[in-house]
Design a protein around this ligand. Structure first.
Ligand code: ADP
Length: 353
């Protein structure tokens, strides 16, 4: 009765189970093993675990494995294996010797979990950290260089030049603050801790302020036009909506290096205010548009002249989440090499009568 229960348990567990004799000949594999590796039962019985060997471990690795289990101890590690299809997969692997009553090893039981997905996530995380490292390095290096120059200028008391340098340092520090802010916001979104302070305000007033700040920050190089003049009241977090508009404007500037016109428009339908930011820059191909709002996504589009853009891919993810939490929507219309329009809506404030 109990034997039957054990058998059913092993057959039904999600971890792969494999039993071999003392020499490594396979006597039993459970359905999870077959599912993960893609082999049929008859293709495994009588074989050795070599059928899933990936070639990614040195012979010393296997020597150590055999030495450990033949000495009667269990062996546990992460192993890279190969499916029947040739695809590699990671397992968290434990092999345990089974002894008879006289203490002699008769079999080995291998139990493993497929941890390929976990490994994939780790890889993505590593790539992300690497990218953040690079993004932080540039502003920090610039700050350092500007500070050295400033120190030199100050000792020679060159007022105007020093002021110019502090301006440059300020810009680089702003970049760092934005970067760290984006990282913290992303964590807040993922842990459900992004909070809002709502107030009733005029969206058009905010737009004017944000566009004016942007004009100061990009200087004469870009012509940012603001359409729509009427007062439009919404109930929202002013600071966060400013963050969304700034992000769309920053992207519009960044991704249109060769065409310096940007149009910001505020309209309404029956229930919503709708803001759009249009640029005439590099545009986004159709197949990449659906992923733009995923965290850490960058479309990696180059300009016609081959210019590339550094990108963490967090701005649009954060913006859409802010708008979603205000019961609004965010979407995009774009044509490659022609430009993009990013839209978002916010419910209009209905005055309670
Ligand atoms: P980042 O702030 O790092 O650029 P975003 O989340 O804001 O990241 O944008 C994600 C990706 O969407 C960018 O890497 C870029 O490829 C694409 N993108 C965003 N805005 C535009 C735009 N106005 N024109 C072209 N591509 C854009």
């Amino acid at each position: 009765m109990l034997t039957d229960t054990f058998y059913q348990a092993v057959e039904n567990t999600a971890d792969a189970v494999i039993i071999t004799d003392r020499k490594g000949k396979i006597l039993y594999v459970n359905p999870a093993f077959l599912k993960i590796t893609g082999y049929k039962k008859e293709e495994t019985l009588g074989q050795t675990p070599r059928i899933i060997k990936s070639g990614h471990h040195r012979s010393a690795f296997y020597k150590k494995l055999w030495k450990t289990i033949l000495s009667g101890k269990s062996w546990r590690t992460t192993v890279i294996n190969k499916k029947k299809s040739g695809e590699l997969f990671y397992t968290d692997h434990t092999i345990t010797p089974v002894k008879n009553q006289k203490g002699k090893i008769t079999n080995f039981v291998g139990i493993w979990k497929d941890i390929s997905q976990q490994k994939q996530l780790e890889k993505q995380k590593d790539e992300f950290v690497d990218m953040v490292g690079h993004e932080l390095k540039n502003p920090i290096t610039s700050i350092k260089a500007f500070l050295q120059l400033l120190e030199e200028k100050l000792t020679h008391n060159e007022g105007k030049r020093s002021l110019f340098l502090t301006g440059r340092i300020n810009k680089q520090v702003d970049k760092l603050i934005d970067l760290v802010g984006d990282l913290l916001d992303t964590t807040k979104i993922k842990t459900g801790q992004l909070s809002f302070t709502r107030e009733v305000f005029d969206l058009n007033g905010l737009l004017k302020e944000t566009v004016s700040d942007m004009r100061i920050s990009v200087g004469d190089k870009y012509h940012i036009r603001l359409k729509g003049k009427a007062k439009i009241m919404v109930i929202a977090d002013r600071f966060r909506i400013n963050q969304v508009i700034t992000n769309l404007l920053t992207n519009a500037v960044k991704y249109s290096p060769d065409n310096r016109k940007i149009v910001v428009e505020l309209t309404t339908d029956k229930k919503n205010a709708i803001i759009s930011v249009t640029d005439y820059g590099i545009g986004i191909p159709d197949d990449k548009q659906k992923n733009l709002f995923q965290p850490y996504y960058s479309a990696h589009i180059e300009t016609k002249s081959g210019q590339r853009f550094a990108s963490l891919g967090l701005g649009l993810f954060i913006s859409r989440e802010i708008i979603r939490q205000h019961r609004g929507r965010m979407w995009v219309k774009s044509t490659k090499n022609k430009g993009s329009t990013f839209y978002f809506s916010l419910p209009l404030f209905q005055n309670p009568v």
